[in-house]
Every structure is written in structure tokens, then in C-alpha cells.
Design a protein around this ligand. Structure first.
Ligand code: MRU
Length: 387
């Protein structure tokens, strides 16, 4: 299945002895450069340093990372393969803490291997793992398309739409989540004016969203994050749509830092604030936003962003990469299963718990309880996987 994008955010090349190729997003928009990840460390580094980023894309990259990681063990015995799988999944789980798609994908990979324990050879398990990673990738493409279809109904011709960070093809295996809605609305003949928040400190909106919208011929205007209130007050925006990194059982939603303030501003200006996300971004084991871990990133992203010192030496910096928007500020959550509105625990449970089962019918809640050995970043302490 193809997307409308003229680039591949990520792709697997070859068979079980192949590798993961990624578009290095840290170099956009200036350079379109692909990197080859031939060992699990390279995949970890690419996720950690945001060469590949966006919750669904992180999950897909991690699934392929497992395939790369088990290559060294697929010629040995089954015990070595399962030991290596544990090591690799724990290692990748420690790359970034907030995007739940990462843990979801790693759990799926582990469960696929578990389902073959005792019945298949290590080589056959490695093949099944690659098939599972490809399935995660393909499913994400389809989920993006469905999110686009459902969400396009919410937008009207001539509207201004504000988005934050990048929730497009660069962040997923398909056309994106928030941006899929915009692509689908445009394809349905609705002309939109998109405002892309610059998205401090790493500028995913200015560097990535503006780049991919421009590639697709969508009218896009970049604004500094601090300009959103003024743009809304001037009546230029009729809807706000963002993606999500983790949606708790009650609808509280973690997304790129600055999303919460946009939702508050949208509320103050009576503008609907929508979240677009696949079911793999929900974590029903987390009752509310307080329970979502927020990634803290290095001070250098703020003090020396893009090569120039902008903060005096010795000054403290606080750099949370995500914030949580309370469910009450979200007009609707657009999923591949349909639009959840009003946003609340019961409506979410009705839509998501059915679509969110892990392979073999094991529920994510069971995985989350730890009874099935949920992939956990904590387990990685002290482990240093080989190539
Ligand atoms: O730090 P990033 O660039 O990985 O943050 C990405 C976001 O916040 C996206 O909005 C989110 O992952 C949704 S991607 C469809």
C-alpha cells in the first residue's frame, strides 16, 4: 500500500538478514538523507536523537529494530534467541519514554515470538518477527488512511487549521494522523489554510510539517508558537488538530510540548481542538494524564539549538518534551475506528478496548499488569546489547 508522500520515512530492505533504512529527520528541510541501521544500537540512536520520530513511526522503527537485533542469534538455539529478544526489546524500550506506540510494538513483537516458543526454529521465529514488523507497518498505513477519512468530515471548505509539531507522513507509516485529516479533506475538495506552529525547541512544525505540506501542495504558513493566540483572535483559525503520543483511559492526551497551551487557547477562542491518533496510541492501563511519563530532554536543545548559543552559560534549563492536555479541552479524538465524541472513559473503552487486543487475544491490560512480562524500559538497566 502506498501513501501520497514522495519520500519513505522508513523502510525495511531485504529479507531477515536485511536492514532498516530511515530518512534522517534531523537534517530536514535542508538535506534529504537516508541512513541505514544495520544493528540495534543504530536503531536506538536514531529513535533517541529523533532521526525517526513521531509515535507511530517510533513503534514501527522499534519493531524493525527487533528484527535487526535478533539477527546475531537466529543461527543459534532457541534459548539464545529468546534471551537476545529480551535484551533487545528492553534496550529499545529505554530509548524514549512517552510514545506508547514504542512499547505497544515491542510487546507485539515479543508476543509473536512467544506464540512460537517450543514449536519453531530460531530462523523461523526471526522470519515471523519480520512478518510481524511488516504487519505493524502496513496496519499503520491503513489506520492513517482511516483516520483521514473520519477526520475530514470535521473540516469545512475555506477553514484555517492550526497544527503543532509533526503528525504527518514523517511521523507514521502512512499519511499521518493530524495531517492525514488535512490531506483527506483537501482530496475531498475542501481548500484549507494550514498554520504550522514552529514547535520549539526542535522545530518539528517549521522543519518537518511545513516541508511535507509543501511537498503535497498544501497552503501552509509557519508561525512561532507564541503567535497562536493572536492568529486565533484575528479569526484565522477554525480548528486545531494535533497528534498524540499517549492517550490515557480518560482521554487525557500527551503530545509535543506546547499542545496543552494550544488547547487552552482554542477553548478561550471557542475553536474546536481535535486529537487524531490510532488505537496503538491509547494506553488504557494509565487511568489519567498524571500517569503518563513525560520525557525530559537535554538542555543543549534549548541553550544551543541548531548550532548557536542562545542562553548564557550557567543558566538552568527545563526541557520537558511533552505535556498533557486534559480530556475536557478535547472536542473529539479521531481514530481509525471512528470519532470519539464527547471524550471520556466510557466512550474510549467502547471504541478502543476491542481494537486494542494484543496478538492471540491477550488484552493490553493483561500485558500492562506485568503478568505476561510487559516490555519495560526499567529492565534494560545495565544491559548493553551487541550489534
Ligand atoms: O518528539 P517527537 O517529534 O517524536 O514528537 C512527536 C509528536 O509530538 C507528535 O505530535 C506525535 O508523536 C504524534 S505523531 C502522529
Amino acid at each position: 500500500m502506498t501513501t501520497g508522500a514522495s519520500f519513505d520515512t522508513l523502510r525495511w530492505e531485504g529479507d531477515t538478514d536485511g536492514h532498516l533504512t530511515l530518512l534522517d529527520q534531523t537534517l530536514l528541510p535542508g538535506d534529504v538523507t537516508y541512513i541505514e541501521c544495520r544493528d540495534v544500537r543504530a536503531v536506538f540512536e536514531a529513535i533517541r536523537s529523533l532521526r525517526v520520530r513521531g509515535a507511530p513511526a517510533i513503534g514501527i522503527a522499534a519493531a524493525y529494530g527487533v528484527c535487526v537485533g535478533v539477527q546475531t542469534a537466529s543461527g543459534g538455539d532457541a534459548d539464545s534467541l529468546f534471551a537476545r529478544l529480551d535484551e533487545v526489546t528492553s534496550y529499545l524500550a529505554s530509548s524514549r519514554p512517552t510514545a506508547v506506540n514504542l512499547f505497544w510494538a515491542l510487546e507485539r513483537m515479543k508476543q509473536r515470538a512467544e506464540s512460537l516458543r517450543g514449536t519453531a526454529s530460531p530462523a523461523a521465529i526471526a522470519e515471523a518477527l519480520l512478518a510481524e514488523a511488516r504487519a505493524i507497518h502496513d496496519e499503520d498505513r491503513r489506520m492513517c488512511a482511516a483516520i483521514g477519512r473520519h477526520g475530514a468530515e470535521l473540516l469545512s471548505d475555506g477553514q484555517g487549521v492550526l497544527t503543532h509539531c509533526n503528525a504527518g507522513a514523517l511521523a507514521t507509516g502512512g499519511d499521518g494522523t493530524a495531517l492525514a485529516v488535512i490531506y483527506a479533506a483537501q482530496a475531498a475538495g475542501k481548500k484549507l489554510q494550514v498554520f504550522a506552529d514552529e514547535t520549539r525547541p526542535l522545530l518539528q512544525g517549521a522543519r518537518l510539517t511545513a516541508w511535507e505540506l509543501q511537498q503535497r501542495g498544501i497552503d501552509v504558513t509557519v508561525i512561532c508558537d507564541s503567535m497562536a493566540a493572536q492568529v486565533m483572535r484575528e479569526g484565522r483559525v477554525q480548528a486545531v488538530i494535533t497528534g498524540a503520543d499517549c492517550i490515557a483511559a480518560n482521554g487525557d492526551t500527551a503530545n509535543k510540548i506546547g499542545t496543552y497551551s494550544l488547547a487552552v487557547l482554542a477553548d478561550a477562542h471557542d475553536i474546536p481542538f481535535y486529537v487524531a491518533a490510532p488505537s496503538s496510541t491509547f494506553d488504557l492501563s494509565r487511568s489519567c494524564g498524571e500517569a503518563i511519563p513525560i520525557e525530559q530532554r537535554g538542555a543543549g536543545e534549548i541553550t544551543h539549538g541548531f548550532g548557536r548559543q542562545t542562553v548564557p552559560d550557567g543558566v538552568s534549563v527545563y526541557n520537558p518534551a511533552f505535556d498533557v492536555t486534559p480530556a475536557r479541552l478535547i472536542a473529539a479524538i479521531i481514530t481509525e475506528q471512528g470519532v470519539i465524541r464527547p471524550v471520556g472513559a466510557e466512550a474510549i473503552r467502547n471504541v478502543i478496548s476491542k481494537s486494542n487486543a494484543a496478538p492471540d487475544g491477550i488484552s493490553r491490560d493483561a500485558l500492562a499488569s506485568g503478568s505476561l512480562g510487559r516490555v519495560s524500559a526499567k529492565k534494560n538497566r545495565g544491559l548493553t546489547p551487541r550489534g
